[in-house]
Ligand binder design. Structure first.
Ligand SMILES: [Zn+2]
Length: 299
């Protein structure tokens, strides 16, 4: 119940922002979050895709959960403006954010931080659509792996038309190459997948909880009005607060069990986080426990 109220409060902030604009049907799950800025979040756990319209073309931020979503993003762009998509920014390397790159590029130039191309090439499965649902297979027609044309180090400023995009690299926070996109004038932050609303994350072996917390704090310090997470509905910095509370409690509990002499195997079996039982992806808990164990023991 409490959880619902919090989500509702976050959404109210976003809806209030959007309410000044003319309602426009842009397709399933695509809504306006600020002047000229649209977000696709078709289902709560799906990846988000951003459309930012400028006087000199469009910037797309991630390209959809599946090629079906990617085509809906492209159709929404065509409804909004005759201008070309000039840049695609990938907030991470995983296919649910990057597969649709092929629909936008060319002409779009794809950007992510250093290491993205290597990670995408390593993980690429050329047969990935052979067992997919027929509508996804159809939407994937013409698919090819499109990796970033531009890889930046640390941070990058992109100016398109009247808008400024600050690309901020996040280290060891989710995938091999994560980028948050900050629009300082609009106070809108595309936050990548470091913190997901009401959802456990898959904490991979190279990701550390201290790095997640550092990234979360850095992003919160920007003081955005709207936070668009890599998955789920747009909200506010509350997304960061909740993530930080979760990891802090997790590390505290694992730390207590390590002190009490429990092995990692015992902790995996005994540790409970009932406060977060309602979050999505409970099957990711073992990766979270392992990361907390690494944070506590240094192993
Ligand atoms: Zn991911």
């Amino acid at each position: 119940m409490k959880r619902r109220v919090r989500v509702a409060a976050g959404m109210a902030a976003v809806c209030a922002l959007a309410s000044t604009g003319r309602a426009q049907d842009l397709g399933p799950g695509i809504r306006r979050i600020a002047d000229g800025i649209y977000v696709q979040s078709a289902r709560e756990v799906n990846s988000t895709a951003g459309i930012v319209v400028t006087r000199e073309g469009v910037v797309v931020i991630d390209t959809g959960q599946t090629p079906v979503d990617s085509r809906q993003v492209l159709a929404a762009v065509r409804t909004l403006t005759p201008l070309p998509v000039r840049f695609v920014i990938n907030t991470e390397v995983h296919p649910d954010h990057t597969t649709g790159n092929f629909l936008f590029s060319p002409p779009a130039v794809v950007i992510n931080q250093t290491g993205a191309t290597e990670a995408m090439r390593t993980a690429e499965n050329p047969n990935r659509f052979t067992t997919a649902a027929p509508e996804i297979r159809a939407a994937a027609e013409g698919y090819r792996l499109v990796t970033p044309h531009v890889e930046y180090q640390e941070r990058m400023t992109l100016r398109v038309g009247e808008r400024t995009f600050e690309l901020l690299s996040l280290k060891n926070a989710h995938s091999e190459a994560d980028t948050a996109v900050w629009l300082p004038a609009e106070r809108v932050l595309f936050a990548a997948s470091v913190a997901l609303p009401e959802s456990l994350n898959n904490v991979r072996p190279f990701v550390t909880i201290p790095d997640i917390l550092a990234a979360t704090r850095m992003l919160r310090s920007l003081r955005p009005d709207v936070v668009v997470p890599g998955h789920g509905s747009p909200g506010t910095t509350r997304i960061f607060d909740e993530s930080e509370r979760y990891y802090t409690l997790l590390v505290e509990r694992v730390g207590g069990m390590v002190k009490a002499g429990r092995s990692l195997e015992q902790i995996r079996q005994e540790l409970k986080m009932p406060e977060y039982a309602g979050w999505a992806y409970q099957d990711r808990m073992p990766t979270n426990i392992d990361a907390a164990y690494r944070a506590v023991t240094g192993k």
